[in-house]
Design a protein around this ligand. Structure first.
Ligand SMILES: *Cc1c(COP(=O)(O)O)cnc(C)c1O
Length: 347
């Protein structure tokens, strides 16, 4: 329906979320589900005997909590206190999970998680440098190419760290070397919510306000230290694919969200609306022609539907700490709470 509205002849939507009618059953409702399972699988394959530490403001925490609850893998989540109400699941959390609410923002959560890794028998998840995470996200492109029998000409996604964009690029390179899906890399069209849009801001030489991400339509995409300049990072991915980064205002995102939801009949998360808005802009400005193939990654959706269908449970923090809390005392709390189970599972 969106395709018709935009006059696009070949629009493919990758829906990552909960939408049973379409066979979509990611019940944490975002494509972070694609990262968590392969990350844990890889740790098991490598016989890692350490608890995994994940700092997250929401979606990543949910996805790892779900997988680790299911299989009993030890997991320590470090979440800013204001993000704790985003840590919900359709099931109760497993005993192998310890949640720390930290006073402050996402950066305080990241620095505390680094301290924990430095002081305890824990391992960091790795972010964009985690190959399992990138390969998991890359399945969106693999799935699309197998479904539409070729690589799309354009790929649209909202980005925070940009890992999903890098993953789409890497997956495309593999599909090209396979030979069956064409020889051109899809152009990456990556989108952020302005004015708090570190990747867009950096590329356009803009400063970022200290107030960010206050008052943003979407705040999960706000990541102050994305892997931009690193080899194989976002700049390389953009250069290699002839890609673009879009700055989307709150207003544009709001309009895009309403349009998508009314046309397609499913709710989407604010981040996904940022990607929809970028697509609207690209069609409007002629960057994308009506007869070109487009893959739109809806990175999250169906939350409202899931709440109605299954209900959700907010998961409480096991402990709340100050940002300057002594890491040794936190490590003690964790080992006492998880006991032997920190190592049991991976053994
Ligand atoms: C994490 C996330 C993104 C952005 O992912 P990147 O890692 O920056 O590619 C987009 N949408 C949603 C819903 C997310 O949770």
């Amino acid at each position: 329906m969106l395709a018709k509205e935009l006059g696009l002849e070949e629009l493919y939507i990758s829906f990552n979320g909960y939408w049973p009618e379409k066979g979509a059953y990611m019940d944490t409702c975002t494509f972070k589900d694609l990262e968590a399972a392969p990350t844990i699988r890889r740790l098991l394959d490598h016989k890692v005997r350490k608890a995994l530490v994940v700092a997250s403001a929401g979606n990543t925490a949910r996805a790892f909590a779900r997988v680790c609850s299911d299989i009993g893998f030890p997991l320590i989540l470090v979440v800013p206190v204001h993000g704790l109400d985003r840590i919900w699941m359709p099931v109760e959390k497993g005993k192998s999970i310890f949640i720390i609410g930290v006073e402050g923002d996402y950066y305080d959560a990241i620095s505390l998680s680094e301290q924990l890794v430095a002081h305890g028998p824990f391992m960091a998840e790795g972010g964009a440098k985690n190959i399992a995470r990138r390969d998991g996200m890359g399945t969106v492109m693999l799935d699309a190419a197998f479904t539409i029998k070729k690589l799309p000409k354009h790929y649209f996604q909202a980005i925070g760290s940009g890992t999903g964009g890098i993953a789409a690029w890497e997956a495309s390179l593999r599909l090209i070397s396979d030979g069956r899906f064409g020889q051109s890399l899809p152009h990456l069209h990556l989108a952020q919510n302005i004015p708090c849009a570190p990747i867009f801001n950096t590329i356009n030489n803009e400063n970022i306000s200290d107030d960010c991400p206050r008052d943003m339509f979407d705040d999960v995409l706000f990541n102050r230290k994305p892997p931009l300049h690193v080899g194989g990072g976002i700049l390389d991915a953009l250069r290699s694919t002839g890609g673009l980064v879009y700055g989307i205002s709150n207003k544009e995102a709001e309009i895009a969200k309403r349009l998508f939801e009314s046309l397609e009949g499913i709710d989407i998360v604010p981040a996904a609306a940022i990607a929809v808005a970028a697509l609207l802009k690209a069609v409007d400005t002629g960057v994308v022609s009506k007869n070109e193939s487009v893959l739109l990654n809806i990175t999250g959706g169906g939350e409202a539907l899931l709440r109605r269908d299954k209900g959700i449970k907010i998961i409480e923090a096991d402990v709340k700490v100050r940002r300057d809390e002594d890491p040794f005392s936190i490590v003690r709390m964790i080992t006492e709470a998880l006991g032997g189970s920190i190592f049991e599972r991976a053994a």
